[in-house]
Ligand binder design. Structure first.
Ligand code: PEP
Length: 241
């Protein structure tokens, strides 16, 4: 399976940040290797600009969230159709920061994933347990419920990102065994051809060992995706298909 290395810029990046993507592409000697997919999800304000600027490069641009409806009276929201129109190829849905900051439930995440598919884009559906849930040894149960309730009914292609909430932006990561156990479990709950990403404090230092785990088909990278050097190292740590 072709690995996917996706960068989630969150609420970071003004127009000048385009130079960071240009540096990344320069490190690839002009174009990213075609045995792996490279995706950058900048803030919505930069999607159109990045998609136009990098249309001829082997990197893709994605959104970080969308509304479940195609259009209508939803001030400040952006639909998946609008993201497609701006040049996005993927949309992250159900990130734990959206679930926590905007009270998004599994049903909302599923509706958004279905909206992304209807717009012809690929949803990256995030799941993951809190620290308390892991300590209570409920991680598999929690993620199992999230999968059951957040995944679209039918879809040719979607991506699942396992992101333990307590590992996001903290520098903490689960043990390699814990990642392997969770990815085996997620694989058992979905299809063989669905890419499963790990996310949570992936760095140039830990990327190779995490990306070598069975059923880890790529990474969702937050902080380290903002720096061309770090993101390039992570992309290159993936074993190409
Ligand atoms: C994320 O926000 O999806 C993420 C994984 O962040 P970080 O890599 O900074 O932990």
């Amino acid at each position: 399976m072709k690995p996917l290395i996706a960068g989630n810029w969150k609420m970071n990046g003004l127009g000048e940040a385009i130079s960071e993507v240009q540096s990344l592409i320069a490190k690839f000697d002009g174009s990213a290797p075609d045995d792996r997919d490279v995706l950058i999800c900048p803030p919505a304000t930069l999607i159109g600009r990045f998609a136009a600027e990098f249309a001829d490069e082997a990197i893709q641009i994605g959104g970080q969230d969308c509304h479940a409806k195609e259009s209508g009276a939803h001030t400040g929201d952006i639909s998946a159709a609008m993201l497609a129109d701006a040049g996005a190829a993927y949309v992250i849905v159900g990130h734990s920061e959206r679930r926590a900051d905007h009270d998004e439930l599994n049903a909302d995440v599923k509706a958004k994933a279905e909206a992304v598919l209807s717009a012809g884009l690929i949803p990256i559906i995030c799941v993951g347990e809190t620290e308390k849930e892991r300590k209570e040894e409920r991680a598999l149960e929690v993620v199992g419920t999230q999968l059951k309730e957040s995944l679209p009914e039918t879809a040719d292609e979607f991506v699942i990102a396992y992101e333990p909430v307590w590992a996001i932006g903290t520098g903490l990561t689960p043990t390699l065994n814990d990642i392997a156990e969770m990815h085996r479990f997620i694989r058992s709950q979905t299809r063989e051809d669905i890419r499963l990403l790990y996310g949570g404090s992936v760095s140039p230092t830990n990327a190779a060992e995490i990306l070598a785990i069975d059923h880890v088909n790529g990474a969702l990278v937050g902080g380290a995706s903002l720096k061309a050097d770090d993101f390039h190292s992570i992309v290159m740590a993936a074993k190409g298909a």
